[in-house]
Design a protein around this ligand. Structure first.
Ligand code: PEP
Length: 249
């Protein structure tokens, strides 16, 4: 019932030339993988460039963040309607780098998720604990708080048509990956948490794992029953590695 989803988060990397080379190497390989949803999230200035290439190859376009506001005096911000206009289908909300570097709070993230849904975008709510929190036995409490902040603000229906990405902060960009068992344990917890409000929504909710997903650890992660795909940072900039990750799904 849940289709695998693999998302590439390019973060603040790329140039017109480098993106063209990456897409040239990537698209002919991944366009044949019809049963999985592949999503590329370039930086804002390259959404048009990537979007026009991806559309022709059946790959979805995503953005890395958005404003909670619709329009107006918010210098530097980008609205959900603008992302829609440029052909985005997905948008990340609450990535740990946005939480830590830009001070985004659970309440801001809930409003971003609402703004995305109001425009018909699929929000990908990113949650995860720091190393200190994991070592302190707080993983469930942290992840639970991040998800419940959204559900409490917007209702359980906000999870319908959304995606959740579990990304332990200690595994992002560090080369450290959660073991398949560690990741599955948190994914099962998240699905159970949502199921307490709605079993139907929990069963439909795609749960992605992110945090140093690589070509050689992807298959074991994606084999877990509650892991429905991956959110891939560093390895999405390497066409060969990203293709292997997509094939593993
Ligand atoms: C990410 O940016 O969401 C991510 C998981 O990065 P990396 O794969 O590089 O750890």
């Amino acid at each position: 019932m849940r289709h695998p989803i693999i998302m590439g988060n390019w973060k603040m990397n790329g140039s017109l030339t480098a993106n063209a080379a990456l897409l040239d190497a990537l698209l002919p390989v991944v366009e044949g993988l019809g049963s999985i949803e592949i999503v590329i999230c370039p930086p804002f200035p390259y959404l048009s460039q990537a979007g026009s290439r991806l559309r022709r190859n059946g790959i979805a376009l995503g953005a890395q963040t958005l404003s909670e506001y619709g329009a107006g005096a918010y210098t530097g911000e980008v609205s959900a309607a603008m992302l829609k206009d440029l052909g985005c289908r997905y948008v990340l909300v609450g990535h740990s780098e946005r939480r830590s570097l830009n001070g985004e709070r659970d309440s801001d993230i809930a409003q971003q998720l609402a703004a995305a849904k109001a425009e018909g975008l699929v929000p990908v709510l990113c949650v995860g604990e720091s190393l200190e929190e994991r070592q302190g036995g707080e993983t469930r409490a942290v992840v639970g708080r991040q998800i419940e902040a959204v559900i409490d603000a917007l209702g359980i229906d906000s999870m319908l048509g959304s995606v959740v990405a579990y990304e332990p902060v200690w595994a992002i960009g560090t080369g450290e990956t959660a073991s398949p068992e560690q990741a599955q344990e948190v994914h099962a917890y998240i699905r159970g948490l949502v199921a307490r409000r709605s079993a139907v929504i929990a069963e439909r909710l795609p749960l992605l794992y992110g945090g140093s997903v690589k070509a050689d650890n992807a298959a074991a992660l994606f084999a877990q029953p509650d892991i429905d795909g991956g959110l891939v940072g560093g390895a999405s900039l390497d066409a060969a590695a990203f293709c292997r990750i997509c094939r593993a799904a």
